[in-house]
Design a protein around this ligand. Sequence first.
Ligand code: FE2
Length: 300
Amino acid sequence: MPQIVEVFADGGETKPDKEDVSLRSRLAKRRTHYNGGVMKIALVGDLHFIAPDVSARKRRQRRRHFAEAWPSFARVESIVRHESPDLVVSVGDIVDWYSDESRDFALERLDALKPPWLLTPGNHDFAPGGEDGEPRTALVGPEEIRKRWEARGVALGNRSVEADGVRLLLVDSPDSSVPEGTAAWLRKETEGSARNILITHVPLNVPEMADYILSVEPQRDLRKYVQSGAPRLFEEAVRGRVEAVFSGHLHFPGKVSADGTDMYLLPLSVRAVGKTYKGQGGLCILDTKKQAGDMVRMLH
Ligand SMILES: [Fe+2]
């Protein structure tokens, strides 16, 4: 039975027999049910989970629209059960802000989906914890937060996943930029691979995407809502190499095309409470056996 192999930009790869604190072991323990031929992937949009027992009560109350949204994730669970994908990929913001409680709560929800799952982290996954008004000096910083995700087996960095002739490129972009060396890594990864799909939290910086975002919500600051810190990534390493790009971050759905690459925005995959986000509760099923254009289904 073929298996999904995950290769890390830092040189490692999935090691099914080796116990280590990374997704390598998480993925290996969940050997995918894969019958060959069809690689079906469920792509999940922003979730913004907040643990019911999180210690920051005032902050939780202020973010009630997300704090009370988690039961609606049952809809995603039932779609995933029905569709039975080989793999689930989250485009990030699985928590509203980082706390150990919300991290564990989010992992429980995602682990309850049967297939193995992977993450490209979002800005909220690194947002410091703490109560409203708490001095920032008392809070853990992004480096410590990164370690705490990794301590629970969640990989965050640039990785590629090879499955049945299709390469998934998972790009780390929570701060609207990408790690140094990402363009060179993408060029190398796409070299010998005919079909490539890129997944990342913040949309790539292309005029078509910027225009679309502003056409839906003109007040959006493009320094934050496209990869302003990697302004030429598309020209340098994606154009002509990648057939589709999937992102979250905006909390509304959409699709644009840039020089032959389809770029999708995923909506929230939970339904907020007392607040409405366009397309909320949706997710995307990607059938890589089909060619670009036919391979994507948005479900609500
Ligand atoms: Fe988000």
